[in-house]
Design a protein around this ligand. Structure first.
Ligand SMILES: [Zn+2]
Length: 269
């Protein structure tokens, strides 16, 4: 393996086993109108820009629609080119369109409120039964996949002007859907003061590193699912801009410089 990352699939599998019946990489996202509180585990300056295949339709009879959606790291991502030679089955054979997004790790929080005022934030737990029928609980964590323009640019600005985004609890509201989507991030305050974060040291022990998660999203095991997909089986999502480097074979490290976010924001106007 030529990758600069440690092999992540074992970590991801063991983490998934510890986290209940999560078969896929957990993903924290907001539907229109959603309000979610989170703590960032990735420093703003370490948030990578990643070439992704999102909403890839995988045939699955367990769903009424007949398929489930999965997200893959594109093998044309700069960090993957050395290993895969710039060839990606999803791009080249299936014809699924990749796009560039920023990805960070977060833990979801639960707010304890009195009226509108938050009094405390706790780590959000999912309850589930293990295969022996025993009650278990797992920390709700996930990757947050978003664009710079209407999401991460805010956190880049916060990082530049106010400090480390990991030091405070965030409540993020999503307003609207599709192209008019707005995200409103707030630092969770009580009066003028930020509410202290819960101790995350034990929580984060069981969460794999972001690099390992991303590597798992391009692993042979993950891409086995692509083998069964026929060319043209993927709907194209209308209006989505093509990435500028389609067909190009970039090399080098994954872009993590936060200046990229600003570049992207500026470039999109
Ligand atoms: Zn691809």
């Amino acid at each position: 393996m030529a990758s600069k990352f440690r092999t992540g699939t074992d970590l991801i599998k063991s983490s998934a086993a510890g986290g209940g019946k999560r078969r896929f990489t957990p993903n924290i996202y907001w539907k229109p109108g959603d309000v979610r509180a989170i703590a960032w585990l990735t420093a703003a300056g370490d948030i990578p820009k990643v070439r992704l295949h999102q909403m890839v339709r995988i045939p699955d009879d367990r769903f009424d629609s007949g398929f489930r959606y999965e997200t893959f790291v594109c093998k044309k991502d700069p960090s993957m080119v050395e290993e895969f030679g710039g060839e990606c089955d999803l791009c080249d054979r299936v014809g699924h369109e990749a796009s560039e997004k920023f990805v960070a790790l977060a833990v979801e929080l639960e707010t304890v409120k009195e009226g509108k005022k938050v009094k405390e934030v706790k780590v959000k737990m999912d309850q589930y039964k293990d295969k022996d029928g025993n009650d278990q609980e797992a920390v709700r964590w996930g990757i947050v996949i978003q664009a710079a323009k209407n999401f991460y640019s805010y956190f880049a600005a916060y990082d530049e002007n106010s400090g480390d985004i990991r030091e405070v609890a965030w409540e993020i509201h999503r307003e609207g859907g599709s192209t008019d989507t707005k995200y409103h991030p707030f630092v969770i305050m009580n009066g003028p003061n930020a509410i202290p974060l819960p101790d995350l040291s034990e929580v984060t022990e069981n969460i794999p590193a972001l690099d390992d998660i991303l590597e798992g999203m391009a692993s042979p095991e993950k891409y086995e699912q692509v083998d069964e997909l026929a060319p043209g089986s993927q709907p194209s999502f209308g209006g989505k801009k093509k990435t500028t480097d389609d067909g190009a074979v970039p090399t080098g490290e994954r872009a993590t410089e936060f200046s990229k976010i600003r570049e992207e924001v500026v470039g999109s106007y």
